[in-house]
Design a protein around this ligand. Structure first.
Ligand code: 5GP
Length: 142
């Protein structure tokens, strides 16, 4: 499968679709998942047009992985979950639904069900507040 420029994350990167952005740099964009699996569910994507982990440059991947660790630390400090799940799916049979490489940072709490699937659309006010909350911690993480 080749990269489709019309996927929703490509539109977010071009500013053609909205997102609650937590952080941005030359290589990556970090924003809230629209249909979060838990409070604080955040996505990290490369700006490079790569549909999955098999197609991204090692340089961009290294940067995105480091950013994923920073976000995991910030989410951990912001929400105090019992666990933090990092997920990354490649191609539809593995569960991928948006075909631009992304890493999920998902806070998990003991006793919660853990289905890996999108839920309901979140309240935009809640996503905005959570993006700000994570950003407050992220700025102090190298
Ligand atoms: P995948 O299943 O491909 O690993 O995950 C795609 C993720 O993108 C899902 O968690 C889904 O909730 C999220 N998502 C889908 N459409 C949008 C959107 O328009 N905006 C944002 N912020 N997230 C989206």
């Amino acid at each position: 499968m080749s990269y489709d420029d019309d996927n929703i994350f490509a539109k977010i990167l071009r500013g053609e679709a909205p997102a609650h952005v937590v952080d941005e740099d030359d290589v990556s964009l970090t924003f809230m998942d629209l249909m979060p699996q838990s409070e604080g569910h955040t996505l990290i994507i490369p700006k490079e047009s790569a549909e999955d982990i098999l197609h991204v440059s090692t340089e961009a991947l290294g940067h995105v992985i480091r950013q994923t660790q920073r976000v995991a630390k910030a989410v951990d400090q912001a929400f105090h979950p019992d666990g933090v799940m990092i997920a990354q799916l490649n191609r539809a049979p593995a569960g991928q639904t948006v075909f631009h490489l992304h890493f999920h940072v998902i806070p998990r709490w003991s006793g919660e069900a853990m289905p890996f699937m999108a839920r309901e659309m979140a309240d935009p006010k809640n996503l905005k507040e959570n993006a700000e909350k994570i950003r407050r911690y992220l700025i102090n993480i190298v």
